[in-house]
Design a protein around this ligand. Structure first.
Ligand code: NAX
Ligand code: K
Length: 457
């Protein structure tokens, strides 16, 4: 069982291709199924304690994995039963079924057990479970004290995370060989519980990965405020939002943060307030400009956005600016840009997303030639070259006003600090999520900025 941080993310087709390469290189499907089943059994042995285990086996290879695991658990001396609704349909699953010496109970009437393992359907699921199977799965998961899904909880679309019907949430999902988009994309992700990878000896390369912790170095002894990165925040109509972004940039390690526009002095005193004249924006030391938090959507806001776009500085475009900016304006720029839309802002700029959130973020990044941070409970970061990272679900308490402004500031600090745009976006998203985790419940956005500082310790 391997934690998923930094692991490659493969779609069902990519996973099948990876398995096909292994098969072409001489490993049989049966051998892969043995590895998968043994890996599951070993994980169940560690998680389940001495309790009775019920394994639900479907008609495909996911079910095959279940039969192999059942045989292994029985051999290990565990009390284990198997239930199925249909006979195996693939050769490998039939062999696995024959390797299970015990009885097979009908799924519909299967007696509950403290530990239930869902091996009904995996990446081959093509439609919702039939009503009888779905009801049995819901009943048996509800009556178990520990529920474990093999590869994916049955009923979730592998590539999108969409629920094809009612899917009960399990405690643990054992992803076979690689993480799949459904483990990270909502609403599927919340049904997966804790996700761990069970290796099956298949080479899994992908341009998409699970977001991992960035290296957060302490400043070099000879660093000074400008080498650590200068961030300029365009002050908008709602001053609080720009203050939050600026404060977050400071706590995320920027050496110098300037708030540009008519502001009133006050805390924090380390924040430099400057008039927004041409000289302020022409400053060659600026490493990132944040435009959008609290900007407003009127002509004045449009003019401020225009001034930011006209600079040669890297930009973080957030909030209201995502409603005002047009694709041709983005296309006209050559300096790096990071766009940070939530679902509403994404639709306003790029139209309704099609395909999975991962597909949509990638298409948007390609179209805008910018790094796109498609925010939400399942944030996806995509680069124009096709690279993507998917964040694991963070604190649900992040859903409050101002947290987006904090994220924009954190990303700007990472960008001004010298990271490439795609890495800066990932580091900012990670820092933001970690700050929320540390802040605990019911924090406010201001607390979040302050909690970022502690992460560097
Ligand atoms: N392909 C491989 O080489 C390996 C696959 N493995 C396992 O195999 C799984 C994928 O296997 P499969 O492609 O056989 O797919 P599944 O086991 O997910 O199920 C596919 C079978 O169910 C049927 N089916 C699909 N949706 C249904 C529904 N709603 N109601 C009833 N029947 C439905 C399909 O017609 C097919 O017969 C993976 O998730 C993983 O668990 C592992 O054994 C490792 C090796
Ligand atoms: K399953």
């Amino acid at each position: 069982m391997i934690p998923i941080s930094g692991m490659p993310v493969l779609t069902a087709a990519q996973m099948r291709a990876a398995e096909d390469s292994a098969i072409a290189a001489g490993t049989s499907v049966g051998a892969l199924m043995q590895r998968a089943g043994h890996g599951i059994a070993d994980a169940v042995l560690r998680l389940a304690g001495p309790h009775e285990i019920l394994i639900l086996c479907g008609p495909g290879n996911n079910g095959g994995d279940g039969y192999v695991a059942a045989a292994r658990l029985l051999a290990a001396g565990r009390k284990v039963r198997v239930a199925a609704a249909a006979d195996p349909r693939s050769d490998a699953a039939r062999v696995a079924r024959n390797g299970w010496g015990g009885a097979v109970e009908p799924l519909a009437t299967a007696r509950a057990a403290p530990v239930v393992v869902d091996a009904l359907f995996g990446t081959g699921l093509s439609r919702a479970l039939d009503a009888g199977a779905a009801a049995a799965l819901a009943r048996l998961v509800a009556q178990a004290t520990l529920s474990i899904a093999v590869d994916l909880p049955s009923g979730i679309a592998t590539d999108t995370g969409a629920l094809l019907g009612d899917v009960p949430a399990v405690d643990v999902t054992l992803a076979l060989g690689a993480v799949k988009p459904a483990h990270l994309l909502q609403p599927g992700a919340t049904r997966c519980g804790a996700v761990r990878v069970v290796p099956i000896g298949v080479e899994t390369a992908s341009a998409a990965h699970v977001l991992a912790a960035p290296a957060l170095a302490t400043p070099a002894p000879d660093s000074h405020k400008f080498t650590r990165g200068m961030v300029a925040v365009m002050k908008g109509r709602m001053a609080g939002a720009s203050h939050l972004a600026a404060t977050a940039a400071m706590h995320a390690g920027a050496g110098y943060v300037a708030l540009l526009g008519p502001t009133i002095p006050g805390a924090p005193h380390a924040l430099v307030r400057r008039r927004l004249d041409d000289a302020a924006l022409d400053d060659a030391r600026i490493g990132a400009v944040v435009v959008g938090p609290g900007l407003g959507r009127d002509d004045e806001a449009r003019a401020l956005l225009g001034r930011a776009l006209a600079t040669a500085h890297p930009l973080v475009i957030d909030g209201d600016a995502l409603h005002l900016v047009t694709p041709p304006q983005l296309a006209a720029r050559t300096a790096p840009m990071i766009l940070t839309p939530h679902a509403g802002e994404f639709a306003a700029l790029f139209g309704a997303p099609s395909g999975s959130k991962l597909d949509a973020a990638r298409a948007a990044a390609q179209a805008s030639v910018a790094v796109v941070v498609f925010k939400g409970a399942d944030t996806v970061i995509a680069a124009p070259d096709g690279r993507a990272t998917l964040a694991s679900a963070g604190s649900a308490w992040l859903s409050t006003a101002g947290t987006g402004d904090v994220l924009a500031g954190a990303i700007a600090a990472m960008l001004a600090g010298g990271r490439a745009p795609f890495d800066a976006a990932g580091a900012g998203v990670w820092l933001h999520a970690e700050a929320a985790r540390r802040a605990g419940p019911a924090f406010i956005a201001d607390d979040l900025a302050a909690h970022m500082a502690g992460i560097f310790a």
